[in-house]
Design a protein around this ligand. Structure first.
Ligand code: SAM
Length: 218
């Protein structure tokens, strides 16, 4: 058998077109051709990738957190979802009351979320203040964050980002073991509300706030 270029396998135009479509979808994680606007913002529209410590909230938890940030941001308020794309998605699905009267951005390391256009801000917690010039300091009415790792280094850096972004209100979702550090860094109190995920996590998870939230009692 010769190994000349003539012997190289070839693909039909149809197969090539199908492959290109598959490649485009894999890059964004979203299939714009077959899903409605609401589906494109569904929690899970971008599949979890455990290499990036991705564990999506249950639909119900994402909705409850979205309702909370809408309530706390107020009319015309600005919401930053830091490493918490499910809450951003829930805000954009058009099903949370009042979500059309706020604006939201998602700060994320996973570039598949760039499919959400100018609402996407690339974010790597290891460079906590490397943000575009368009992101003004203290310009968000509430910042919700769910850091990728349960470590002092990660939470300390994410706390720097939160302090830069927030006008005051902070809602942090992370492991219960981070309670003391969350108090020390951001003066956060643990909520009785228990966030749930689509898959069972081995770590106990909690929400923490620095304002008089419904979640402290629910
Ligand atoms: C524990 S998950 C939180 C997701 C949240 N439970 C949700 O459903 O939206 C951590 C998030 O951090 C993001 N992430 C991973 N590496 C990161 C990095 N270096 N800097 C900032 N965020 C990162 C992941 O893409 C993921 O969205």
């Amino acid at each position: 058998m010769s190994d000349s270029e003539d012997d190289a396998p070839t693909l039909s135009a149809h197969t090539l077109a199908a492959l290109q479509e598959f490649y485009n979808e894999t890059r964004s994680g979203l299939d714009h051709s077959t899903t409605s606007a609401s589906d494109q913002f569904a929690v899970g529209a971008v599949q979890e990738d455990w290499r990036m410590s991705q564990f999506w909230y249950s639909d119900d938890t994402a909705a409850q957190l979205a309702e909370e940030v809408v309530r706390e941001a107020g009319e015309g308020g600005r919401i930053a979802c830091v490493s918490a794309p499910s809450v951003y998605q829930k805000l954009k699905q058009g099903i949370v009351e009042g979500s059309d009267r706020v604006s939201a951005v998602v700060l994320e390391f996973d570039r598949r979320f760039a499919a959400y256009g100018s609402d996407f801000i690339f974010y790597d917690y290891s460079e906590p203040l490397s943000l575009p010039a368009s992101v003004a300091p203290q310009s968000f009415d509430i910042v919700l964050a769910d850091p990728p790792y349960l470590s002092e280094e990660c939470l300390s850096k994410v706390a720097q980002t939160i302090k830069y972004l927030s006008k005051g209100k902070v809602l942090l979702c992370t492991g219960a073991i981070m309670e003391n550090l969350a108090k020390e860094l951001l003066d956060l109190k643990v909520c009785s509300f228990l966030p749930k995920h689509n898959r069972n996590l081995s770590n106990e998870f909690r929400c923490f706030v620095n304002y008089p939230s419904h979640l402290l009692r629910s």
